[in-house]
Ligand binder design. Sequence first.
Ligand SMILES: [Cu+2]
Length: 238
Amino acid sequence: MPLSSLRAVRAMLAAGLSLTAVAACSDQPSALVGTRTPSDAVGGAAGLQEGALYVADLHPLNPRIQQLPPNSQHGVVEGKATFRVVNGELQAVVDVNGAAPAVGAFPNGLHPQHIHEATQCPTMADDANGDGIVDVIEGLPKYGPIMVPLDGNLADTSSQIATFPVGEGVRGSYHYSASAAVADIEAALGHPLALPSRHVVVHGVDLATPLPSTVQTLGTIPAQLTLPVACGELRQMP
Ligand SMILES: [Cu+2]
């Protein structure tokens, strides 16, 4: 098991296990936690520039699973994530179609979504155990640990599970927006956001989706909730 996932599981157990632990892998490797310098600030050489726009086109992951019943109505997850820096605030917007909608009891239809730390989205080639599914653990070598949960509080690196978006309607759409001061987010992270070297991952299929026992998850969180369903690499728009 990769070090980052071990860290995730350990942190989850320490937290007494709850769904909030979906963000447990936001623990930063110590090498990445440094002292902030003025250049990390908005407008600095290494920071995010005022007015800058960063976009990730979200492409489906695990499309076959997303088209199995009970997911067959809504299609596969596709969409766009945008991040704009306005008055020192990061304004995050994620628009998605094809996500499992809320059916039955919470957290069904819930879609944990994060800025992950590494530069790459996984592909089906990362299905290490050959079960036809790239699970949350198999994706870690490519997408790295969770960096910023895209929930109701961007400046808190722990997931506020109830504030992740929920798919709605036949097409399983959602529109998410949140904002926080770049300085507050980077203070919580302990390092610059450096968005052009990050990407966005959306997780979650219907909880009734049958998955083989080979599909790994984080702790006792249902594998359906952690399954990566879309990913997009961030780029700065001119
Ligand atoms: Cu994630």
